[in-house]
Every structure is written in structure tokens, then in C-alpha cells.
Design a protein around this ligand. Structure first.
Ligand SMILES: [Zn+2]
Length: 617
């Protein structure tokens, strides 16, 4: 959600990328997947492979990485600790019902005398309610926790008693809130099996529609007469994604029509034509908007929407930080400008991390499913390790991590605002690591993220599981073990990141080199106990912030950005950075002429000042 209303659109040219698709090798043969490899072909022409990869169920994947697990459990504990009355309080107060219970405060509070210029308590009453219900439903799907299920069912029934148009009339973000409520209800239906979810959704839609704009309205455009600019920051252009999902999950034809009604057609037209229309737009919500384009493609089949999302993603990457984050001060930037470089000294609000990561995960997962291009997985992995996984934990009093700070003098801090938008997306993304790690088609499984975890599925009548172990990305080696109830043939498609030169895959200790940048497919008859070893050499490399500032660089080790821990920017050379020594405890040391300094991945930074980029000589 935006803290600002500043807009200055300036379209520029886009970078076009090939849509690529996987090809399966013959039995027992590793198929290296290099750029320019003749096995690549357009996804749109490939008949048997045009169907998107499928997601696994939340319960099919068990994550055993302590860092990922801790984020899921910590955020879940905060949600479980919120009282039902507190969660319902703004809804009730806004429609004149008795509203007992403690006021959560922060953005969640309803204050009829709210002053938007402070962006403080009362900015977006109840805006995160639907996301929290969604996260609780996903948590139940992962863990089977009865307490989570009971809370979802209870909250939906209490919420059904407060549905009214007044909520939307008094709300600066009617479309935003409706979008999140739709998400919570369709997730309650799908993952918890709430038998009333669609009826409550119908009632919600009936109450909301008279108070929504007639079509997608751009950020900063006035559509409610007599209201100040703070009433123009709603995000109606993000709604189609969840409305299409409601339709797909059986909520009714009405939701497909509504989704189409809110498609941001002029924006998608320009992106589909390769026109870079991102500059000046609010960052997170427009990445969500690209997710709506992907759902439009998946539901309606029009390639225009795929082109819009794919081109839009390329335009986003071309203005991203080495961490994978984007949108300093929540604004998308002009490609080939100095805006992103300038942000290193001008702001500490570099990347809206929980919301931005959540949208980035969804968009790259959609694009990966449709195109089978491993580059989307590379991008998701970057965002995971360098941004969201290092977010400070959500606190019971609403303190939330909001912005990653890439300023030359960076700090990891909580937002000044309690219960902001990012407290809504944090529990959702924490629940989504599992379904983002693996995808499948009828021929086998795709390993997208290397996280200690297990995925289980049925393959042609056999019960199969694949278990990953290892210290990656702190170590180059990932070990995978297959279990199968009977010998069975299928493909294991392993993402080989584009930076992983000299990568190799071994099956039962028989090693073959694979090309960086694509999926390596191992197609064979698998039996219980078969073992795959993946080596992804973590060579150090430098990435400059943009071509015009080639001496302002981030040090990378595999997918990790290493952040310099120092109170003032150390004077250092390229070659000194490139020979940074890894020490114990996931820490690196650099020897410069002025002395040694430490470099850490984002997850390991606590209170220290750090620099994401260094000026090298
Ligand atoms: Zn946010």
C-alpha cells in the first residue's frame, strides 16, 4: 500500500526476453538447458507442453529449513494471539455496532477523525483482515492445525455479521479491502472447506460493489467527489487476480465477469506492445496488477495478457537492485535513468519487502508455470534470500518490517507504523515457501527452490517423495533422495541458476556437467533410495547498480548479496571483494588496504549499519 501519491509516468523501451519451455530428454539422459540450446522453443507453439505447470497442495510440501519454519511459526503465533473482538472492532465501529475488545491500533484502527497527513493510526481500518484469514487457512493446509481451522471458521462467521456498504463508504481503500476479503474467503473455501465461504463472499460482493469504481482506476485519480487526495490511493487494478481465482474455484460466473471488468486494459495494452509503462507508478500494487494479467491469461487464454506480464516483469528486472528488490520510495522507475542509483543516497525506503516479495513470488510463480523458464525461479530465489527471509519478525503489538534499506548507510528497522500493509502479506508469503519450491506436470516434478524440504505426490500409481538436504546457499551442494513405493519413470527437473557456471548433477554418484541458466532434466526409472547430488558453484561476482555507475557494485555469492558491515563505506577494490573469505557462521571477511571488514547476507544482519553497494576503485 502506498505511503505517497506522487506520480510521474515516463515510458521507455523494454527489453524483450524469449519465452522458453522445458524439453524432456530420453530415459536416463541429462538434458542440459543452455541459452540458445535448440531444445528451447516458444511455449505458445508447444502443444503437449503448453499446459502450465501445476502447483502442489500446501500439505504436499514439508519445509525443514529452520529459517523458513521460524518465519511461518512466528507470524502464525501473532495471528493466533489476536482476539476475535479486536479483529472485528473496526468493522463493527464503522457500521455503528457495539465494538468491544482491545483496539489493535496502528493502520488497523478505525478513527473517524483520522488525519491522513500523519499516515498514522487509522490509515486503513481492517485492511489486513482478509489476508490474515487467508494466511490462517494456508497454515491449516500446511500443518492440519485444528486451532487455525477453528479460528478461520469463527472469524468468517463473525465477519458475516458485519458486512455492510458503510464499511466501504467510510474506507479510503474499498477495492483494496474487498480484494483481500475475497482472498480470505476463497482460501477458507479451498483450504479449510468452510461450507459458508461462498455465501459470505456473495454477501460481501453485494455490499462492496456500489462503493467501488466502475472500472480499474489508476492510483492518484479522483473518483469520489469531494474527497481529498488520500482517497485516490486505492488499488482497484489489483482485483482481477483474486476474482478470477474465485471464478475458477467455483464461486460463480459473476466473478469472471467482474474480474474482466477491472482489468487495467490500457496498461496491459502498452506493456504487451513492449512499451515500458512502469515509470512513476506505485510499485507493489502494479506488480500485483501484473499477477492479474497472468490470471487473465490463465482464465481467458488471451496471449496479450501473458505478453503484458512477461514484458512488465522484464521492465521490472531492468530497474531492480542486486537483491531482487525494486521500487525505491514505492515508485517504479524509468529504465536507463539514474533513479535507482540516486536512491542509494536519497532514501532508506528502498524496497517494500513483505508486500513486494509476496507479489514477486506470485508473479514469478505464474510466469514459471506458464513458460518453464528457470530465470523466473532465479529471480524468486534472489528476492527470498536477500529480502524477505531477512525481514525482522512480525511482533504481537503490530511492529512490522516494511522497507529494506539499500542506502549507503543502511539499517534494518521496524516501520514507524503498526499493522501496516506488510503485516498482511508477511504471514501469506511465509506460508507460500513450500508451494513455491516445487511444481509439477504429468511427466514429473520441477525443483525450483533449494530449501531443505520434502515433497510427496502420486506418480502413475506410485507414491513418490523427494527430499532435499544441505546448507545451500552457504554451500554449493544440494542432496536429494527419492523414495518410491515401486520403481517408476518420471522426470526430475532441476533449476540450474544462470550464475552457476560449472554446475553438475550426479545420479547415484554418476556425475554430468550441466549448463547454467535453465532446468536440467533427469528422466529415468526411479527406485527407492535413488540419490541426486546437485553442485551449484558459488563463485563470487560483482553486479553494478546500473551501466552508468559501473563502479558502484554489490558482491554476490551464488544467489546471495553480501552486505558490508561498517559505519562508513570501506575503501576497497574489485579484486579485494572477489576474494572475500567465508568464515564460520555464514560470515565473510574482506581484506582492504584500510583494514579488514565483515560482510553478511541479509538474514544474518541484526542492528549493525551496513552498505548494500560499495564504490570500488
Ligand atoms: Zn506493504
Amino acid at each position: 500500500m502506498s505511503l505517497r501519491g506522487v506520480m510521474a509516468p515516463l515510458p521507455v523501451l523494454s527489453r524483450r526476453k524469449f519465452l522458453q519451455t522445458a524439453a524432456l530428454g530420453s530415459a536416463g539422459v541429462l538434458v542440459p538447458r543452455a541459452k540458445g540450446d535448440s531444445l528451447y522453443r516458444s511455449v505458445l507453439g508447444a502443444s503437449d507442453q503448453a499446459a502450465p505447470l501445476q502447483e502442489f497442495g500446501y500439505g504436499d510440501v514439508t519445509i525443514s529449513s529452520p529459517l523458513h519454519e521460524q518465519q511461518l511459526e512466528e507470524t502464525h503465533a501473532v495471528l493466533m494471539g489476536l482476539s476475535d473482538d479486536s479483529l472485528l472492532k473496526p468493522f463493527r465501529a464503522m457500521i455503528g455496532q457495539p465494538a468491544p475488545g482491545e483496539d489493535l491500533g496502528g493502520w488497523y484502527r478505525y478513527d473517524p477523525n483520522y488525519d491522513w497527513r500523519t499516515f498514522d493510526a487509522g490509515f486503513a481500518p481492517s485492511a489486513t483482515f482478509g489476508q490474515w484469514v487467508s494466511a490462517l487457512a494456508r497454515y491449516y493446509a500446511i500443518t492440519g492445525s485444528e486451532a487455525a481451522r477453528d479460528k478461520v471458521l469463527r472469524l468468517n462467521r463473525l465477519y458475516a455479521g458485519v458486512i455492510a456498504g458503510e464499511f466501504y463508504e467510510k474506507n479510503r481503500f474499498p477495492a483494496y479491502c474487498f480484494d483481500k476479503l475475497v482472498c480470505g474467503l476463497i482460501d477458507s473455501q479451498k483450504y479449510v472447506g468452510d461450507p459458508d465461504a461462498f455465501a459470505i463472499l456473495q454477501k460481501t460482493t453485494h455490499a462492496a460493489l456500489p462503493h467501488l469504481p466502475a472500472k480499474a482506476v489508476e492510483h492518484g485519480t479522483s473518483w469520489r467527489p469531494g474527497k481529498d487526495e488520500s482517497w485516490t490511493w486505492d488499488e482497484s487494478y489489483t482485483m482481477p487476480e483474486n476474482l478470477f481465482l474465485a471464478y475458477q474455484r467455483g464461486a460463480g460466473e459473476r466473478y469472471r465477469a467482474l474480474a474482466q471488468q477491472y482489468l487495467n486494459e490500457p496498461f496491459f495494452e502498452r506493456l504487451a506492445n513492449g512499451e515500458n509503462d512502469l515509470a512513476g507508478r506505485h510499485a507493489y500494487s502494479h506488480v500485483n496488477c501484473l499477477c492479474s494479467a497472468m490470471q487473465a491469461y490463465l482464465t481467458l487464454g488471451s496471449e496479450k495478457y501473458l505478453r503484458a506480464a512477461s514484458n512488465g516483469f522484464d521492465m521490472l528486472v531492468s530497474q531492480s537492485f542486486a537483491t531482487g528488490g525494486w521500487g525505491p520510495d514505492e515508485i517504479l522507475r524509468k529504465t536507463s535513468s539514474s533513479d535507482v542509483f540516486d536512491s542509494l543516497t536519497k532514501t532508506h525506503s528502498s524496497f517494500e519487502t513483505p508486500c513486494g516479495s509476496y507479489a514477486h513470488f506470485k508473479l514469478t510463480r505464474y510466469l514459471l508455470r506458464v513458460t518453464r523458464d528457470a530465470a523466473y525461479g532465479d529471480s524468486m530465489e534472489r528476492v527470498m534470500y536477500n529480502t524477505i527471509l531477512g525481514a525482522k519478525p512480525l511482533q504481537a503489538d503490530g511492529r512490522s518490517f516494511y522497507y529494506s534499506d539499500y542506502n549507503f548507510a543502511g539499517k534494518k528497522v521496524y516501520s514507524a507504523h503498526r499493522w501496516p500493509c506488510c503485516s498482511g502479506t508477511m504471514p501469506q508469503i511465509a506460508a507460500d515457501y513450500g508451494i513455491s519450491s516445487y511444481l509439477r506436470d504429468s511427466r514429473g516434478v520441477y525443483v525450483n527452490l533449494y530449501i531443505p524440504s520434502t515433497v510427496r505426490w502420486m506418480q502413475d500409481g506410485a507414491q513418490v517423495s523427494l527430499q532435499q538436504q544441505g546448507e545451500y546457499p552457504f554451500d554449493a551442494h544440494v542432496q536429494i533422495e527419492i523414495a518410491a513405493s515401486k520403481p517408476i519413470e518420471f522426470g526430475v527437473n532441476l533449476r540450474i541458476p544462470s550464475w552457476a557456471e560449472q554446475a553438475s548433477v550426479s545420479v547415484n554418484r554418476k556425475r554430468e556437467a550441466v549448463a547454467a541458466g535453465g532446468f536440467a532434466t533427469v528422466q529415468r526409472r526411479w527406485k527407492n533410495g535413488d540419490r541426486i547430488d546437485v553442485e551449484l558453484p558459488l563463485a563470487a561476482r560483482l553486479e553494478s547498480i546500473d551501466p552508468r555507475h559501473a563502479n558502484t557494485v554489490a558482491l554476490m555469492s551464488g544467489p546471495l548479496v553480501l552486505f558490508a558491515i561498517a559505519d562508513s563505506n570501506p575503501s576497497v577494490t574489485r579484486s579485494q571483494l572477489l576474494v572475500a573469505k567465508k568464515r564460520d557462521g555464514n560470515s565473510w571477511q574482506v581484506e582492504s588496504a584500510a583494514g579488514a571488514f565483515q560482510m553478511l547476507p541479509f538474514m544474518e544482519i541484526r542492528e549493525q549499519q551496513y552498505a548494500t553497494y560499495l564504490r570500488v576503485s
